[in-house]
Design a binder for this molecule. Structure first.
Ligand SMILES: Cc1ncc(COP(=O)(O)O)c(C=O)c1O
Length: 446
């Protein structure tokens, strides 16, 4: 009997009682190696002493003081930490704290609207995002995302958002087309759409620098984001980078966009920010946005009760210090290269492995019915959930998803191990995921 409204009402979930490094332990004593951080959240495992101590210490000082009266030390220090490590071009920006990635996306959209109102460009209301994509589950974030399955039941409630195709190398790059030409072709879709909508009406372009769950750890083609930046600058459109999943070190740099050589006007972050020790998200506004607001009303037109929560900020600050002071970005690169090599060795020739892609400690195996034609399994065959079940039976947590091929069909398994992963843990993840994939494949019709 449960009174909790779980994701699946009939689910008989195990009860988690403890964390031990990169393992979770349930009430029966079963251990689960966390190869996906839940959903790319738990990037420091489940029992980090420094983060726990920081949370407890802040709790003993003060937990909450409303932001219309006070600021607090951890919120100030964390904002400085983030701004001083932001991609070049961000300038003297500012950080607003929220409770979830969806809330951060909502706040970014509202800041974009405020920016144009303060500038007097009141006709700018339109948002262009990509499909597939996922930007969260609140109504504004859901409308922005290009995830058909999640949008469908709520469609009548969603605001209008335009979507261009995401740059999906495996299925969209033409035979003989170079990565650079592909990147340019896909980025130019934004310019075409801005021209169709009318440049004076477009407010923002939204995209993840490395696509997370909707497409499965898909890095952008070389040059794609440089061209996006050029287009945004030419038409005066703001670029909102959703780094909720790919940010905070996950791909090997603090901000994923650093690797593309550009900056965003607004950046959202969440999962790796608090690493699951505290529920916290943020939106970072660049100097361009902040100076316009400062020169205008000087007010933030969007507030929430729990923003800048002192305990949440203290937890996230400790997480970011651990990542930096324990040099975990280099572990991400080393263990990421190991994961890439071992996945390629294990699945390169596998008859149902269509594509292996990713960056840093953020990797995906896309499964196909037929390697030559790239035809996916149908959504009804539920291959990815079956693999997740088989993995859990063996004590491995991985992140399954469906819909990458055409919005509905297509299965992939996403791996996002902890930044503290050891070489032995990475090899164990590959062994266990390989057994789980074969077990899942056995349960679906060929
Ligand atoms: C890229 C991206 N943006 C936004 C969100 C929404 O975050 P939350 O679930 O914390 O609201 C997610 C969640 O998975 C995400 O992956």
């Amino acid at each position: 009997m449960t009174y909790v409204l779980h994701r699946t009402l009939s689910a008989n979930l195990p009860t988690v009682v403890a964390g031990d490094g990169n393992y979770l332990i349930d009430s029966e004593g079963k251990r689960y190696l966390d190869a996906c951080g839940g959903a790319a959240v738990s990037c420091l495992g489940h029992d980090n002493t420094r983060v726990r101590e920081a949370v407890k210490a802040q709790m003993d000082k003060v937990a909450f003081a409303h932001t219309s009266f006070f600021t607090n030390e951890p919120a100030e220090e964390l904002a400085e930490h983030l701004i001083t490590r932001a991609p070049k071009g961000t300038g003297n920006g500012r950080v607003m704290y929220l409770g979830s990635g969806s809330e951060a996306m909502e706040a970014a959209l509202k800041l974009a609207r405020q920016y144009y109102l303060e500038k007097g460009e009141t006709a700018r209301t339109k948002i262009i995002a990509r499909k597939p994509s996922y930007h969260g589950n609140t109504l504004g974030a859901l409308a922005t995302g290009g995830h058909e399955g999640r949008r469908a039941p709520f469609q009548p409630l969603l605001m209008d958002v335009d979507h261009i195709d995401a740059a999906y190398d495996y299925r969209m790059r033409k035979e003989g087309e170079t990565q650079v030409a592909f990147g340019l072709r896909m980025a130019n879709l934004l310019e075409e759409r801005i021209q169709v909508l009318g440049p004076e009406s477009v407010m923002a372009f939204v995209a993840e620098p490395v696509v997370g769950a909707s497409l499965g750890t898909e890095p952008a083609p070389v040059g794609y984001f440089r061209r996006i930046r050029e287009i945004c600058d030419e038409y005066g459109v703001l670029y909102i980078a959703d780094e909720v999943m790919c940010g905070m070190g996950r791909t090997g740099t603090t901000f994923a966009l650093e690797q593309e050589g550009i900056h965003a006007d607004l950046t959202t972050m969440a999962k790796g920010l608090g690493a699951g020790y505290q529920p916290i998200a943020a939106v970072m506004a660049s100097e361009k946005v902040i100076s316009t607001i400062e020169g205008g009303s000087g007010l933030l037109w969007n507030g929430h009760t729990y923003m800048s929560h002192a305990v949440a900020a203290a937890g996230a600050l400790a997480v970011q210090k651990v990542i930096e002071e324990e040099n975990l970005l280099s572990n991400i690169l080393e263990r990421g290269a190991q994961l890439q090599n071992e996945l390629n060795a294990r699945f390169g020739q596998h008859p149902n492995s269509g594509n292996i892609r990713g960056r840093g400690l953020f990797w995906t195996v896309e499964l196909v019915r037929d390697k030559a034609t790239k035809s996916p399994f149908t959504v009804a065959s539920k291959l990815a959930p079956k693999i997740q079940r088989a993995a859990l039976d063996q004590g491995l947590m991985c992140y399954p998803a469906q819909g990458c091929a055409d919005g509905t069909n297509g299965d992939h398994i996403l791996l996002a191990p902890s930044y503290t992963s050891t070489a032995a843990e990475i090899s164990e993840i590959v062994d266990l995921v390989s057994t789980a994939i074969d077990a899942g494949l056995k349960q679906v019709a060929p």
